[in-house]
Write a protein that binds this ligand. Structure first.
Ligand code: MG
Length: 218
């Protein structure tokens, strides 16, 4: 009995989230905004990757915006603002993921008519955000070689749902004695249709290729 109740509460929570996610998607589509949810562990390099893309899109004359999701603080929000884009931040406190409801409020803080591409940086972990789609066009999962070469095997479900998997900090693979090929083959095993990008965001390597894989339609 107890278990049935638990499952149905969880089910309702997911359904409610999915409903709001559909509304977010509709709002974004109506405003011709291409949107991407970035997932990945703390320290995988999500913020810097987004920052590098913001600069490239600025050069191309695209108008970007970024939503910085963090448990606490506004450090990433401040970093995004440095790139001359609209930005807002979401603090989740004890929650380990963003949800569609939070995003619907964040969208109220942005001038949607002035956005071509929206980046959402989710809370840093490879478990909680999985069940809460936000209504974005794409979900990107970032993994850094500094996390070891077993992350995909340990978190097959989140890598399984990624439209694009980014293997970041590849410049450190040798020094960390991590086999990048192993990460790639694990990623292909859990998600045969995903696109895989190799980046060294710190030195700007692989960013153009990543942007073209994202296939930004805006
Ligand atoms: Mg960050």
């Amino acid at each position: 009995m107890h278990k049935t109740t638990e499952i149905s509460v969880e089910q309702n929570l997911f359904e409610a989230n999915n409903e709001i996610a559909s509304k977010n998607a509709e709002l974004l589509r109506k405003n011709n905004i291409y949107s991407i949810d970035f997932l990945g562990s703390i320290g995988s390099g999500k913020t810097l990757l987004i920052e590098k893309i913001l600069d490239k899109l600025n050069e191309k004359g695209k108008k970007s915006a970024a939503i910085a999701g963090d448990v606490a603080g506004d450090d990433d929000y401040k970093r995004f603002k440095e790139h001359d884009v609209q930005a807002t931040s979401l603090n989740t406190g004890k929650e380990c993921h963003l949800d569609a409801h939070l995003i619907s409020h964040a969208l109220e803080d942005l001038d949607l008519k002035e956005i071509d591409v929206l980046f959402i940086e989710n809370i840093g972990n490879l478990v909680c955000p999985m069940d809460f789609p936000l209504g974005t066009d794409k979900r990107v999962v970032v993994v850094s070689v500094t996390e070891g070469d077993d992350m995909v095997r340990k978190h097959p479900m989140i890598f399984g749902l990624a439209d694009v998997i980014v293997i970041n900090k590849i410049d450190l693979a040798e020094i960390m004695e991590v086999d990048t090929k192993r990460i790639i083959s694990d990623a292909k095993a859990v998600n045969p249709h995903t696109k895989i990008c190799l980046t060294d965001a710190k030195h700007g390597e692989g960013i153009e290729e990543f942007i073209s894989v994202l296939d930004i339609q805006a």
